[in-house]
Design a binder for this molecule. Structure first.
Ligand code: SF4
Length: 454
């Protein structure tokens, strides 16, 4: 229930398929070292199941796992060295676990992407096994459950026995969150800031949020200044650089010119993500452009310099509050509930936070978040070639504008509305569970199969 689990600094192109698998591989390798298996290991085998197996290559899950075995972490890895690390493994036919223990390794035989097998708990399952000659020494199953969050099989079983952290203003749904705000005369941002004190002091929370914002800024800036073609074989040209060249010195009286900028910020982030560069999950990598796009719009166009820090912190706290509701009561994984759980959730988070910035009441904020999700219900995940490019990049731009629109619609009402945020979250989850697997990050349906390369 901490918002810092929703905003993680990592690398592209996918939080569930790149960030999660890298963390899993690093956790497993650290564990086997701690358990003193290193002297005896002669082989390590990694199996990717479900959505990780079917779209793992396009989402670079295979590369992520190898990097994790080397001891790399998504937050700290030097993204310019990834190619060199992978080439070393390929050419030497060895891998140096945690940069310490070298064993033979064949990507073809030891890294298996199952196309038709899944593990029971979640579509993104990974099994890692170690051997001494042919005898299995140890194995463990993990799941990458969305937004870079990972769980081992034991953690799933122990979840309900875990000692709960007591939050000063606990809530399990939007209705309870609003009740806490009203009873204690606090804004949503203030409730979250108080609750985050259960994990760290206020200063640290604020510093972490500003660090997250800094990474978002760097990501936008890198995207705006990076021309060329996206990797992966589809040869999709990057657009942010060219649009930026057009917009940056343009004087215009077009009142809708800000739309171009919001689109541009989202394209910049998602092109960086598709290029495997550093991004912040917000709440996932596939949907990483929406919150930074709306926040860049606010910071660059709508606030004074002296107010910026508070605006940024309150925006991320409010967006985080809404994200927590989805994480707790539904899912933020495209493999679990389709793109409504990624782009839909990010849109809802950004809409609520934008409404907060515009001075909305807590009811209007809840309404904005609800409107944004209501019009993303049923959104499928069907990335062409298993790459987080088409429709993902453009979809972030569309959803960023949808978030702004939802906030403005909510601000023009009085907060009263028929469908509550809790109901729309419940509906999103039920819709996702009803959705056929081919529309849930498998690249077996929708655009992914109807697109034919000429
Ligand atoms: S379609 Fe949506 S959920 Fe699927 S990979 Fe793209 S952004 Fe993620």
């Amino acid at each position: 229930m901490t918002i810092l689990n929703l905003f993680k600094i990592g690398i592209g192109p996918s939080s569930s398929h790149t960030v999660g698998p890298m963390i899993i591989a690093k956790n497993f390798t650290t564990l086997i070292k701690e358990q003193n298996y290193f002297p005896n290991i002669t082989r390590i085998k990694i199996e990717l199941f479900g959505s990780l197996g079917t779209t793992g290559i396009g989402h670079q899950s295979d590369i992520a796992v190898l990097l994790g075995l080397l001891g790399e972490h998504p937050k700290t890895i030097d993204t310019n060295k990834i190619e060199e690390f992978i080439l070393n493994i390929k050419n030497s036919l060895t891998i140096k676990l945690l940069n310490e223990k070298t064993i033979n390794f064949s990507i073809k035989d030891d890294l298996i992407l199952h196309q038709r097998k899944s593990l029971p708990f979640h579509p993104n399952g990974i099994k890692l096994s170690i051997y001494e000659s042919k005898e299995e020494l140890f194995s463990k199953i993990y799941y990458s459950i969305g937004g870079g969050e990972v769980l081992s099989e034991e953690e799933i079983n122990n979840t309900f026995n875990k000692k709960d952290i007591t939050l000063p203003y606990s809530f399990s749904n939007a209705k309870e969150l609003l009740k806490q705000c009203k009873e204690n005369k606090l804004t949503i941002a203030q409730v979250i800031l108080e609750n985050e004190k259960a994990y760290r002091d206020e200063k640290q929370t604020k510093e972490s949020l500003l660090e997250i914002w800094k990474v978002m800024q760097t990501c936008v800036n890198n995207g705006l200044n990076s021309d060329g073609t996206l990797p992966g074989g589809l040869n999709v040209p990057k657009r942010a650089y060219k649009i930026y060249q057009k917009l940056k010195d343009k004087r215009t009286i077009d009142p809708l010119a800000f739309v171009d900028w919001i689109n541009l910020y989202a394209l910049a982030v998602n092109e960086e993500n598709a290029s495997g560069k550093r991004v912040v999950t917000a709440p996932t990598n596939g949907a990483a452009g929406i919150i930074p796009a709306v926040l860049h719009y606010i910071v660059n166009f709508l606030v004074n310099k002296e107010d910026k820090e508070k605006v940024i912190i309150d925006f991320l706290l409010t967006a985080g509050a809404i994200g927590l509701l989805y994480q707790r009561n539904a899912s933020i994984s495209g493999a679990d509930v389709g793109c409504q759980g990624e782009v839909g959730v990010a849109c809802s988070m950004a809409a609520g936070a934008m409404a907060e910035f515009l001075g909305g009441t807590i009811e209007q904020i809840e309404n904005a978040a609800e409107i944004a999700m209501e019009h993303n219900l049923g959104l499928t995940c069907d990335p062409i070639g298993g790459l987080v490019q088409i429709p993902c990049i453009e979809r972030n731009a569309m959803a960023s504008m949808k978030a702004v629109n939802a906030a403005r619609m909510a601000l023009n009402g009085n907060g009263m509305h028929y469908v509550s945020l809790d109901l729309v979250i419940k509906t999103m989850y039920a819709t996702g569970k009803d959705m056929q697997n081919k529309y849930k990050e498998t690249s077996k349906g929708g655009l992914a199969v109807h697109y034919v390369e000429c």
